[in-house]
Write a protein that binds this ligand. Structure first.
Ligand SMILES: NC(=O)c1ccc[n+]([C@@H]2O[C@H](COP(=O)([O-])OP(=O)(O)OC[C@H]3O[C@@H](n4cnc5c(N)ncnc54)[C@H](O)[C@@H]3O)[C@@H](O)[C@H]2O)c1
Length: 316
């Protein structure tokens, strides 16, 4: 099997590439390196890397068109990017999807990376239950607020993928990732951010939104779910939640875990979470289990320990 990973130099993309190569598949990575890293981890992969901006339709001429599976992970992500430049989020995330859909061939199977942010507005408004299944209505609290630009771009992506796949007759799966974490995920997300500040011995130690609950999913589990979904014929045309529902932890407990790993006991300074951030998030994985038999396998303590150790090694 030959796989094309669009956005493959990013966090989930690199882990997915490693897994597909280990399974004996051929992999080609495509990225514009706007956020992806051209680092030794990427260089060590036995996979060619094509540098291309997927917002440019002409860039697709450089991509091989004989891949069996196409994974569309390329997007502008992260709260900081979204707050700073929502126009770019809407433009890049939308054009990358539409261009990919115009280019893809009927013999190819597509995975599109979406997000739990699509339904976050409904959780905040109390109209969507947690744990959350795929069939809840999607609600945007304020179209003009920068933070929703990301969720809106992914809603459009989901609709574009499902309808185009149906119209053109190729199989496609939409996976909504829920708080995926692990090594090499940059510094903007909560677990690396806490790890890096703990390694710097920050004191007092700021804890943002300590009473917010999340169900964190180690990237190895997320990749396992993606691989299983792409192998499941019944997953075609479906939107499926991907995450780990075995443990919900609040940011305060997560901070204590990271500080314990770091051997650091600072004074804690509790600060409100960024506005618009949901109080609780946890996926209902019933559909994922039914389609693939998936069960998360990396316990939170183990996954956070591995991630922390990676950041300790790479902090300098
Ligand atoms: N990490 C999570 O917890 C999470 C949660 C929900 C959804 N997702 C989705 O999963 C996907 C992968 O996320 P990630 O955490 O690996 O993010 P990431 O930022 O590490 O990876 C995205 C990659 O896309 C590339 N890219 C951006 N614009 C591009 C363009 N115009 N052309 C080519 N490449 C471009 C970036 O350089 C980067 O390497 C994204 O679509 C994201 O929205 C991730």
């Amino acid at each position: 099997m030959k796989a094309l990973i669009l956005g493959g130099a990013g966090f989930i993309g690199l882990h997915l590439a490693r897994r597909l190569l280990a399974d004996g598949h051929e992999v080609v990575i495509v990225d514009d390196f706007s956020r992806g890293r051209d680092d030794p981890d990427l260089a060590r992969l036995a996979a060619p890397v094509v540098s291309a901006d997927l917002t440019d339709p002409a860039a697709y001429a450089a991509l091989p068109d004989d891949a069996d599976h196409v994974y569309l992970l390329a997007a502008v992500v992260g709260v900081r990017n979204v707050e700073r430049d929502p126009e770019r989020v809407v433009r890049v995330n939308t054009l990358a999807v539409l261009n990919t859909l115009a280019w893809i061939k009927p013999h190819q199977k597509l995975f599109f990376a979406s997000t739990s942010e699509t339904y976050a507005g409904g959780v905040t408004r109390g109209v969507v239950p947690v744990p959350t299944a795929e069939d809840v209505p999607l609600l945007v609290e304020d179209v003009t607020a920068p933070r929703f630009a990301y969720g809106i771009s992914k809603m459009l992506g989901e609709a574009a993928v499902v309808h185009t796949a149906r119209a053109k007759g190729f199989p496609a799966v939409v996976g909504r990732f829920h708080n995926v974490y692990g090594s090499r995920m940059g510094a903007d997300h909560v677990i690396p951010e806490l790890s890096l500040r703990a390694l710097r011995r920050e004191d007092p130690f700021r804890v943002y939104g300590s009473d917010q609950f999340r169900a964190f999913c180690h990237v190895d589990d997320a990749v396992e779910a993606v691989v299983r979904l792409m192998a499941a014929d019944d997953a075609a045309g479906r939107i499926v939640h991907i995450g780990n529902d075995s443990v919900e932890t609040n940011i305060g407990e997560l901070t204590e875990l990271v500080l314990k790993l770091a051997g650091h006991a600072p004074e804690l300074e509790r600060v409100a979470a960024p506005p618009g951030s949901v109080a609780r998030r946890c996926p209902d994985l019933g559909l994922l289990r039914e389609l693939t038999g998936f069960e998360p396998s990396v316990p939170l303590e183990e996954g956070v320990r591995r991630t922390f150790e990676w950041y300790r090694e790479h902090a300098s």
